[in-house]
Design a protein around this ligand. Structure first.
Ligand code: ADP
Length: 435
């Protein structure tokens, strides 16, 4: 195999031999060979020192006038320039990547904070201001425990066990609930990354789901206790006909209460599952209300309520006839159940430039102002025992609200204790249809 010498070595060798040759010639001519060789070597050494001295300028490419480097120096300068250029372009790439990561983190709705080993803020994104009271760059260098003074958070931070996320109220807004996740940074475990997520909605949904399950269980347990108690009594001996009749009557009553509750629960769950109103058909409201009034007469029975139907407009509604029937008859049956015998209940249908309005007005017991905003909550009742006596499940108005939402409508409640109540469903003009 042939050995091939790299160019720069060849050049270097030529330079060296050239100097030695000149020194030899000068030595031969002068008879001072040794001195001339020594001088030649000094020139060679001086050339290298000169190249070393101008290296920084050569690298900065400021030295345009001087001789261009040859031999080994040519290669050294080339190699250093190449390395410098590649590290410069890597630096540019890295800073571009860092900028894009920062921009991505800055647009996150979650708060992201980096803490130094002393627990001071090193960096944070804009969401950290809204959620944790940490503002970049003003909060830089400040202790997390000063900016978000929460004893639970401080204890969690000091404990160092971040396996399960922490739930706290936001130090920036007490109405918000945060889930806090902490982890040491991969490349520098002495620094911590904190991610705070706003879980207010999930938190309250979960709480309301838990309350709802507890309330429904309670509602079902009461009639079940009555039914099992009475059945046990009947089972124990030979009841006389009067006791038998009374007990079976009570059992039937409690069973029908349970079945009503389960049926309302199913209606509600069906309504909650469907995103939009199932049908969009023209519904003749005057006809629908006439049917509801007939049913209400049956419900009122011996109580003989006076039912007034006041149809002021011939138009109907675009919507789901079955659902609208359920919503309106819930309002009418509420009015009957909460109004004394023989008193008046008025059902009015009116269309104007703002839309369509169905109102049910009674002259009953009325509702205190503090209860009104909560009436459409599932199982909320002003007086639970009274409502049970009058046959309510506590789900009626929640069902009404859902049905109205599916028809882009809303429910207005005007009431005062002892002054009766008016429940009005307001539909947008787009829902009105002439039949
Ligand atoms: P319920 O089935 O118990 O009537 P609703 O959801 O229909 O449940 O109503 C919730 C509560 O609102 C009732 O328990 C009752 O206290 C109150 N309420 C509803 N309608 C009337 C009304 N017309 N007059 C007085 N109170 C009413």
């Amino acid at each position: 195999m042939m050995f091939s010498m790299p160019n720069h070595w060849r050049e270097e060798l030529r330079l060296f031999l050239g100097i030695v040759l000149i020194a030899c010639l000068a030595g031969a001519l002068s008879g001072q060979l040794l001195l001339c060789l020594l001088l030649g070597l000094l020139v060679y050494l001086g050339w290298h020192v000169f190249q070393l001295a101008r290296l920084p300028r050569l690298l900065a490419q400021k030295d345009q006038q001087g001789p261009s480097p040859v031999g080994l120096w040519k290669d050294i300068v080339r190699q250093i320039r190449e390395q410098r250029d590649s590290s410069q372009s890597r630096r540019l790439d890295l800073s571009y990547e860092l900028d894009s990561y920062r921009n991505a983190v800055n647009t996150l709705p979650d708060a992201v904070v980096i803490l130094d080993p002393a627990g001071r803020v090193d960096w944070s994104n804009p969401a950290a201001g809204n959620l944790l009271n940490i503002f970049w760059p003003d909060s830089r260098g400040r202790l997390l425990t000063d900016l978000a003074p929460d004893p639970v958070l401080a204890e969690y931070l000091a404990g160092g066990n971040f396996a399960t996320p922490l739930t706290i109220t936001s130090p920036a807004n007490r109405a918000k609930i945060l889930s806090i996740f902490m982890a040491p940074l991969d490349h520098d475990v002495s620094r911590l990354m904190i991610v705070a997520r706003d879980i207010t909605r999930e938190y309250y949904l979960d709480a309301s789901r838990r309350d709802f399950v507890a309330n429904v269980s309670h509602e079902l347990r009461t009639p079940l206790t009555v039914i099992s108690g009475l059945s046990e009594q009947l089972n124990m001996g030979e009841p006389d006909p009067a006791t038998l009749q009374r007990s079976t009557g009570l059992i039937l009553q409690q069973a029908s209460r349970m079945s009503e509750l389960v049926s309302d629960l199913l209606t509600l769950s069906r309504l909650e599952m469907q995103q939009e109103s199932a049908a969009d058909e023209p519904v003749p409201i005057a006809e629908l209300l006439t049917t509801i009034v007939e049913e209400a007469h049956t419900l009122s029975g011996a109580a003989q309520h006076v039912l007034q139907l006041d149809i002021r407009s011939p138009e109907g509604l675009r919507g789901n006839a079955k659902e609208l029937h359920t919503a309106f008859s819930n309002l009418v049956s509420n009015a009957i159940r909460h109004t004394p015998n023989l008193s008046e209940v008025t059902i009015k249908w009116l269309v104007d430039h703002e839309g369509a309005h169905l109102s049910v007005t009674d002259s009953g017991e009325g509702i205190a102002a503090r209860h009104i905003p909560r009436l459409t909550e599932r199982l909320y009742r002003v007086d639970a025992s009274h409502s049970r006596d009058t046959g309510g499940t506590g789900l009626g108005l929640a069902i009404v609200k859902h049905i109205l939402e599916g028809h882009e409508a809303n429910l207005e409640i005007i009431s005062s204790v002892g002054g009766g109540s008016t429940f009005t469903c307001h539909f947008p003009p787009e829902r009105v249809t002439s039949l």
